[in-house]
Ligand binder design. Structure first.
Ligand code: 5GP
Ligand code: ZN
Length: 138
């Protein structure tokens, strides 16, 4: 994706209007147009990075605390009781827009959790073997 064609580059840099929750020199946080719940926000870096693996340290070191600040503000302003920080990398992980973004998704009492999985049951040997394989590439 060329950066001049990337929708999130254009939104982050103000070329396309958005419902902006927060802005500084590095980030714009906007409301998602297809929200999982009221207030669902996307934090977009103003520079183009495909995913978290490309994200520069100058952004990576700030994005998590910004997610926490926005989540805390949602609790005060919208009355949610919790929030999920979700960040998808790759098609298999559900990424549909290939410009890094962190979802901040308010959760309200009575709603079912949105991030769930059926727990597997690996053996200790399988866990050790898998850990070794990942570690070898770090
Ligand atoms: P992903 O699946 O890549 O993690 O999330 C992409 C998110 O971006 C989706 O939740 C989708 O609703 C949202 N989205 C896609 N295009 C636009 C857009 O043009 N404007 C806004 N505000 N949200 C968008
Ligand atoms: Zn982009």
């Amino acid at each position: 994706m060329k950066e001049d064609k990337c929708i999130f580059c254009r939104i982050a840099n103000g070329e396309i209007p958005s419902a902006t929750v927060y802005e500084d020199d590095q980030f714009r946080a906007i409301l998602d147009m297809g929200p999982a719940s009221k207030g669902h926000t996307l934090i977009l870096p103003k520079e183009h990075f495909k995913d978290v693996c490309e994200l520069k340290e100058a952004y990576a070191s700030k994005v998590l605390s910004l997610g926490g600040r926005i989540g805390a503000a949602m609790k005060k302003s919208l009355g949610c009781s919790g929030f999920n920080l979700v960040q998808n990398n790759g098609e298999s992980a559900g990424q549909t827009v290939f410009h890094f973004h962190l979802h901040v998704i308010p959760r309200y009492d009575g709603e079912a959790p949105i991030v769930t999985w059926k727990p597997g049951s690996p053996t200790q040997e399988e866990l050790q073997e898998t850990a070794k394989r990942i570690h070898a590439e770090l």
